[in-house]
Design a protein around this ligand. Structure first.
Ligand SMILES: O=P(O)(O)OC[C@H]1O[C@H](OP(=O)(O)OP(=O)(O)O)[C@H](O)[C@@H]1O
Ligand SMILES: O=c1cc[nH]c(=O)[nH]1
Ligand SMILES: [Mg+2]
Length: 219
């Protein structure tokens, strides 16, 4: 897990995951010719690889285990089960891949869409486990554009009591990283790429287009 020096200097809470497999798969994802089936598979695989990196510092407890030959000390991840929170819809594409790595994770949901004209998030659903204060949350959304949706999702989680929150996206715009880290400096942001900028319609450049539409074949 490495962060290029420019991004690290500009955004201390940003981690860019530069693993070769992540970068290779992201390039196929960006390609306009990539169809829904492959797009979905790639989002799933990239999310899993990113989660491997984003879980690297989870605390462990010691645990005694009986092998067929003797007892030894092993490790287990401390605390309550991790909770994945996809932002609907596009965040759903990241859930299954991470669940293959962490099958015991809980899954909450936050329903938000970005108003086409104002680019501000509109809230429509919220459900997470009730003991939020005791859990580690991974908020999932492939795209961090203006940052409005991410800021609103994290604020909703904090109102529910969450204190340990990470944000995983595939592609981030500098505008979104700036807004999310200003509003929630305690939230580490993981991405596969920090892209150049937003266009006038709030789309990330070079980006990959509308992640929700490409995942679900709407458009
Ligand atoms: O950083 P922002 O400017 O808020 O934009 C990012 C949001 O826009 C997209 O969702 P969209 O509103 O298209 O909903 P969808 O997932 O249902 O397609 C994306 O998946 C993020 O949730
Ligand atoms: O580039 C973008 C910006 C917001 N939402 C997307 O799906 N793509
Ligand atoms: Mg969309």
């Amino acid at each position: 897990m490495t962060t290029p020096p420019d991004a690290a200097e500009r955004f201390p809470s940003l981690v860019v995951i530069r693993h070769p497999l992540v970068q290779h798969k992201l390039t196929i994802l960006r390609d306009r010719r990539t169809q829904t089936k492959i797009f979905k598979e790639l989002v799933d695989e990239i999310a899993m690889l990113m989660a491997y990196e984003a879980t690297a510092d989870l605390p462990l407890d010691n645990l005694a285990v009986d092998t067929p030959l003797e007892q030894t000390m092993g490790k287990q991840v401390s605390g309550k089960k991790l909770t994945l929170v996809p932002i609907l819809r596009a965040g759903l594409g990241m859930v299954e891949g991470i669940l293959r790595l962490v099958p015991s994770a809980r899954v909450g949901h936050i329903g938000l869409y970005r108003d086409h004209d104002t680019l501000e998030p509109v809230d429509y659903y919220f459900k997470v486990p009730s003991d939020a204060a005791e859990r580690d949350f991974f908020v999932l959304d492939p795209m961090l554009a203006t940052g409005g949706s991410a800021v609103s999702a994290v604020a909703s989680l904090k109102r529910a009591g969450a204190t340990r929150i990470r944000f995983l996206c595939l592609v981030a715009a500098p505008e979104g990283v700036r807004r999310l880290s200003a509003a929630h400096p305690d939230v580490t942001i993981y991405c596969a790429s920090l892209d150049r900028e937003l266009n006038a319609q709030g789309y990330i450049l070079p980006g990959l287009g509308d992640a929700g539409d490409r995942l679900f074949g709407t458009r």
